[in-house]
Write a protein that binds this ligand. Structure first.
Ligand code: F3S
Length: 406
């Protein structure tokens, strides 16, 4: 693997032991994947920051890294954590304190403590063709597909290594030839709303595995639908990029020349859509004690939609409803009155956290309703929550009645 002088200096430890360790990791990754060199990246997004994934060993490690004076060298945002820094949600105090120590450790290295999985919605927007090192599968797939940036599906450690060095190995989706679709999905089912988009993503993600899917015949999707489609594909499969003919930038700029020569074609009709829905529902008890919306974190537009559905209603006593977004959107929602409408109903507009990386199960919750395919995919395993999956309207109805009625 070719290294430039600066890479070699970092590898020799001239920038300190943490930077040397980061370079060793990047070089090892590059060798595994056959990269010919390291390239500069313009930004990083570090994930895997919850106490769930770090534990005490990870917490002590990042505190040590920060105390040695190691600092990131490119704009670096931080993914979701397990607590809401603005309030006490009743989660175990000791767990929250340890989570905040992890957060503070990364922030001390110069990462922005943004605590959200949608960095592209609050100012960190890579350009078409720009090389980045982002972790968080939903953000990776969005940056590659909707924005046309160049990003591999980084893990938390490799994204942090890139943040400390400004470098990443040149392989995978950084190369044009690896951005072709191996599966064409001809959509014949009507895709009505976000839940349909999620069910479609769940079906295709499972089918396609690690290939890149491309969609044909899909109506123009909204920004939020693209965010949720990518998240569904990336959770039910190993997808890091998709195309939509006539919509996503790689497809537009290549004039449709986006397929591999051995590309397979399938139809996504009503039967496949229903299979997607079935994959995302693990619940049989119609009593719901937890409703969670916002995975990935909601845009202001989506917060306004939740507020409109909750206006004048009350969440049933005994039901917890969390609406997940980030500090930036919550600030706007507060100023514009949406937060007040949501919280008057008894729901909570959370910042920083999400269901999967937090521990709502510690509050005794068992039965979840959500409109997020990604949350529905992970919650049964990570949070021991049996899950109903459906539209936002169905979820709000479940919060108000305590029953899944769809
Ligand atoms: Fe974001 Fe958590 Fe979902 S990180 S994509 S809200 S699982």
């Amino acid at each position: 693997m070719r290294l430039d002088d600066n890479d070699k200096r970092m590898l020799d430890g001239e920038a300190g032991p943490v930077c040397r360790m980061a370079m060793e990791m990047l070089v090892a990754l590059g060798k595994i994947y056959g990269a010919e060199k390291l390239i500069p990246v313009r930004s990083a997004h570090v994930a895997g920051l919850s106490y769930r994934s770090h534990g005490d060993a990870g917490m002590e490690w990042i505190e040590q890294v920060a105390s040695q004076g190691s600092r990131v060298v490119i704009p670096t945002t931080m993914n979701v954590i397990g607590v809401d820094r603005s309030r006490d949600l009743g989660l175990p105090k000791d767990w929250c304190e340890r989570q905040l120590r992890i957060n503070d450790g990364y922030a001390a290295t110069g990462c922005f403590p943004t605590s959200s999985c949608v960095p592209y919605l609050y100012g960190f927007v890579p350009r078409f063709g720009e090389h980045i090192a982002w972790a968080e599968s939903s953000a990776v797939v969005f940056s590659n597909s909707y924005l046309g940036a160049r990003d591999n599906r980084e893990g938390g450690p490799s994204a942090f290594a890139a943040a400390l060095t400004g470098r990443t190995p040149f392989y995978g989706l950084h190369l044009d030839e690896n951005r072709r679709a191996g599966l064409r999905v001809v959509v014949t089912a009507p895709i009505r709303d976000l839940a349909d988009v999620g069910a479609m993503g769940a079906f295709v993600g499972k089918y396609v595995g690690t290939r890149i899917p491309a969609f044909r015949g899909l109506r123009p999707l909204t920004l939020e639908e693209h965010v949720y489609l990518g998240a569904a594909l990336a959770s039910s499969g190993g997808v890091a990029m998709y195309h939509v003919e006539g919509q996503t930038p790689d497809a537009l700029f290549r004039n449709g020349d986006i397929y591999t020569s051995d590309c397979e074609e399938i139809e996504l009709g009503q039967a496949q859509l229903e299979e997607g829905y079935a994959k995302l529902t693990s619940n049989t008890d119609r009593h719901v004690d937890y409703v969670a919306i916002g995975c990935p974190h909601l845009t202001l537009n989506q917060v306004a939609e939740v507020a409109a559905l909750l206006e004048g209603k009350k969440v049933k006593p005994g039901v917890t409803m969390w609406v997940h977004t980030n500090l930036a959107v919550k600030g706007m929602a507060k100023q514009l009155g949406y937060m007040d409408i949501i919280e008057r109903s008894g729901a909570v507009l959370t910042q920083d956290l999400c269901t999967i990386l937090s521990i709502p199960e510690a509050l005794g919750l068992h039965s979840l309703a959500t409109n997020s395919a990604k949350m529905a995919f992970y919650a049964p395993g990570s949070n021991r929550l049996a899950t109903w999956f459906g539209s936002l309207r169905n979820c709000v109805d479940a919060a108000v009645t305590g029953m899944w009625n769809a």
